[in-house]
Design a protein around this ligand. Sequence first.
Ligand code: C2E
Ligand code: MG
Ligand code: MG
Ligand code: MG
Length: 291
Amino acid sequence: QAKRTPGTALAMAEQRFEQMSSKSLDNEQALRKGIRNHEIYLDYQPKIDAVSGRLLGFEALARWMRPGVGMVSPVEFIAIAERTGLIPELGAMLLEQACRQIAAWCAELGDCMPVAVNVSPMQLLNRGFLQLVERVLSETGIPPRCLTLEITESAAVDNLDDTQLQLQQLSALGIDVAMDDFGTGFSSLSMLRQLPLSTVKIDRGLIDPLPAPDAVAVVMAICQLAAALDLQVVAEGIETLEQAVAARDAGCHALQGFFYARPLTVADAGEWMRRQQAGADSGGVAGLLAG
Ligand code: C2E
Ligand code: MG
Ligand code: MG
Ligand code: MG
């Protein structure tokens, strides 16, 4: 094996850096173009009432079908958008899209169809965010209670004061705020008390091991704390009937996961809504859980 001189190592590092930065430049340009060309859209995953099995609403999840590449994970392209300053533009586009959909569903239903929109930490703490939400609410005319914003705990942990102020102003508009991915990061329990939240979403990582007794104990403890603080609890990532039953019995109010439905296209989500409205059994879920 040839010995590498320091010079060679440096050259290799430089080359790697160039490759990396040209790839990220490429990604940035593709994303910029993708936003402009409306390649990014929302799917909607149902949220189910743990006791009745009824549809409670949807979570909007961003999708990017990148031409020539295929589906890009939102985790990946949201990170690119944050790094490159595209997040305000992308976030605004997705919020508008979700609120227009809420307006359409509410009009069809003659009632509120709640939809939760994910908001990244950088987006939440952006100065223009409150004004954006106000503008979109007034332009679409939706009742604010139909909109929930899902925030992640990392935003709150790193900037508790700013987050608190921002969330106070947002909830003063009448919208709901949910703490997403709860229980796996560095969540401080007092944060739940300090922030004006309506909902806690228990991370899939804590739901996955259900119905193992130790996992049940953790989920029950979160539900008890949430009840004391008057918060609703959603269990994310329900994949099996056993998990659904365990989460319901532990005290979760709402269930979400592949067991009920994957994130759906607007058309399929509309079908779910109509089936529900027609009073049809929502895919046998209520019956299954009633037992
Ligand atoms: P999240 O908000 O915690 O969303 C839940 C993720 O879990 C989604 O992945 C969803 O498809 C997936 N999931 C739902 N049920 C199950 C299940 O039963 N099993 C498994 N294994 N997975 C399940 P997705 O759509 O890839 O989104 C990943 C993350 O990207 C989201 O996590 C959210 O943090 C972020 N994200 C998605 N859309 C947006 C958006 O519009 N804006 C922002 N800022 N972030 C978004
Ligand atoms: Mg979410
Ligand atoms: Mg989550
Ligand atoms: Mg998650």
